[in-house]
Design a protein around this ligand. Structure first.
Ligand SMILES: [Zn+2]
Length: 320
C-alpha cells in the first residue's frame, strides 16, 4: 500500500537539483501515537483535545510530530532537509474519509508534516492506498496547490470553487496528481512549469538574502567577483524564463544561487536554513508574518491557506 521509492521517483521532479533518499519506520497505532491520532478525528466535537489552540483537534498530533522531528534533526547529517510523512493505516472506520493533508506550521504557513490516512473502506471500497495520496500531499509540501484553488497575485485574490468562482473546478480536468479527479498519478506540465518558475524566484530571492547578510557583515568586497558571475547567470535565467523555458531558468538560477552561497560561506558568513520547528510561537508575537487560513473556499482578498477538502467535495469523491 506504500511504495516509498515510487513516491520518491514521482516527487523528485519538483526539486530537480536535490538528491533524495527515504527511510521508512513502522510503529503500531497504539499508545501516545494512537491518542494524538484519535484527537485529529474527534468523534464528537466536544471531545476537545487542546482547547487553547484554534485548531484543537490537530494540535496534539502536530506537537507529537514536532518532538519527533527535533530528535530526527539531531541525528541527521548537517544540511539535510527532512520531509516528514506520517501514513496512518487505521484498522477501523474512525474517520469520515479524509485521505491526507499537508500541514503547515500554524504560524507563517511554512509546510510542516504530511499526513496520509487509510481506513478499510477507503482501501477496499474505493481502492485507495498510501502512494498516490502521499505524492499529492508532498506536492503541497513542495509548493503546489490544487488546480481548483490558488492565489492570483495580479488581483491579490485567493480563489476556490465557490460562488462566482465555482467554474475553477474545471481546473481538475488537467493531467495532474494535484487534481481531485484521480485520473493522473504524476505531476503534469502545468505543475512543473509553475514549480520551476517558483524555484527560479526562490533561488534569486535567497541569493539576495545571503548578499544582505554579507553586506551587513561588511564582506561585500570579498564576494564581488563571484556575485558578478552569479548576476550574469541570473540574467541568462531571465532570458530562459521569458522564452518559457522554466526548467532552464531554474537550472541557471540554481547555479547563480550556489555561486553566491559558496562565495558568502567562503567569506565566513554563516547561512542557515529556516528551522520552522524552532520558531513556533516566535513570529506570532510580532503580529507579522502570521499566515491566514480559511475553512471555506470562499474567494477573498489577500493570501490565505485553503482547506484540503470540504464536506461537499468529500461527498463527491466518495459517491461513486
Ligand atoms: Zn490536496
Amino acid at each position: 500500500m506504500l511504495r516509498p521509492q515510487l513516491i520518491q521517483d514521482r516527487v523528485s521532479v519538483l526539486q530537480p537539483f536535490t538528491t533524495f533518499s527515504n527511510t521508512v519506520k513502522q510503529a503500531p497505532l497504539s499508545g501516545d501515537l494512537a491518542t494524538v491520532y484519535k484527537c485529529f478525528f474527534p468523534v464528537v466535537i466536544e471531545d476537545v483535545c487542546a482547547p487553547n489552540f484554534a485548531d484543537f483537534s490537530g494540535e496534539p498530533l502536530f506537537q507529537y510530530g514536532v518532538n519527533e522531528l527535533r530528535q530526527s534533526y539531531k541525528a541527521a547529517p548537517d544540511k539535510r532537509y527532512l520531509l516528514p510523512v506520517y501514513a496512518f493505516n487505521d484498522g477501523k472506520e474512525s474517520q469520515g474519509g479524509l485521505l491526507g493533508i499537508a500541514y503547515d506550521d500554524g504560524e507563517t504557513g511554512t509546510q510542516s508534516f504530511v499526513y496520509s490516512f487509510l481506513t478499510p473502506d477507503l482501501n477496499k471500497l474505493f481502492g485507495y492506498g498510501f502512494t498516490d495520496t502521499t505524492v499529492h500531499e508532498i506536492g503541497h509540501h513542495l509548493s503546489l496547490s490544487h488546480p481548483h484553488d490558488g492565489y492570483d497575485s495580479e488581483e491579490d485574490t485567493s480563489y476556490g470553487p465557490s460562488g462566482d468562482f465555482y467554474f475553477v473546478n474545471t481546473g481538475d480536468q488537467s493531467a495532474s496528481i494535484m487534481s481531485y479527479n484521480d485520473l493522473s498519478r504524476t505531476f503534469g506540465q502545468f505543475n512543473l512549469d509553475s514549480q520551476y518558475r517558483y524555484l527560479t524566484a526562490a533561488y534569486l530571492n535567497n541569493a539576495n538574502a545571503i548578499l544582505e547578510l554579507t553586506r551587513r557583515a561588511q564582506k561585500a568586497s570579498a564576494v564581488q567577483a563571484s556575485v558578478q558571475g552569479a548576476d550574469a547567470l541570473f540574467a541568462q535565467a531571465q532570458t530562459k524564463y521569458d522564452a518559457l523555458d522554466y526548467l532552464g531558468a531554474a537550472q541557471l538560477a540554481h547555479q547563480g544561487y550556489r555561486q553566491v552561497l559558496g562565495a558568502a560561506q567562503g567569506a565566513g558568513i554563516s547561512v542557515q536554513g529556516y528551522r520552522w520547528y524552532d520558531n513556533l510561537n516566535g513570529l506570532a508575537a510580532q503580529q507579522t508574518g502570521k499566515a491566514r487560513t480559511s475553512k471555506t473556499f470562499r474567494t477573498q482578498p489577500g493570501l490565505v491557506i485553503f482547506p484540503e477538502e470540504t464536506a461537499a467535495q468529500r461527498r463527491l469523491r466518495l459517491e461513486r
